[in-house]
Design a protein around this ligand. Structure first.
Ligand SMILES: [Zn+2]
Length: 159
């Protein structure tokens, strides 16, 4: 890649290390022309296959805008949404997949959204999973309740 200082069209890698999560590589580079050093961060590209077959790069912004609607009126901040989008990206990358169907992204959004806000989660799930009856809501809420019970019961399991 070009040197960001003098635009020399080449650079030498002087150090290379994998990030703790193993999902990216940071390279320290030196320009052979001006001698200055800079770093690059390399991650595998992640593409999204849309329903119409078009492939586009994964975008955290799209996750945020997709979830924001479900969070209207809820105590969810922009930072919460940014963290959620990061979790979604990490979950998808952790599968090792280089491409993901747009429809499957919803599956990766549901768990962190449930942790963040259960009302927003129900709204998002109702659209994503195409709830079309009260029973669908009831079973989703029952699952949430079971979740709560499991969490409360966990420390007292031996009693
Ligand atoms: Zn240079």
């Amino acid at each position: 890649m070009f040197c960001p200082f003098c635009r020399y069209p080449d650079s030498r890698v002087i150090d290379s290390r994998t990030s703790d999560d193993g999902l990216s590589i940071r390279r320290r580079r030196q320009c052979p022309d001006c001698g200055r050093r800079f770093s690059t961060n390399e991650t595998a590209s992640l593409s999204v296959i849309k329903r119409n077959g078009v492939v586009e790069p994964f975008s955290r912004e799209k996750i945020v805008s997709g979830v924001r609607k479900a969070c209207q009126g809820r105590p969810v901040t922009d930072t919460d949404l940014a963290v959620l989008a990061q979790k979604v990206e990490e979950a998808i990358r952790a599968t090792g997949a280089a491409q993901i169907e747009a429809n499957d992204i919803g599956l990766s959004i549901l768990p962190p959204l449930k942790e963040l806000d259960e009302v927003a989660y129900l709204r998002f799930a109702s659209v994503y999973q195409a709830f079309d009856s009260l029973e669908d809501f009831e079973s989703a809420i029952t699952l949430l309740r079971t979740d709560h019970d499991t969490r409360v019961d966990a420390p007292t399991q031996d009693l």
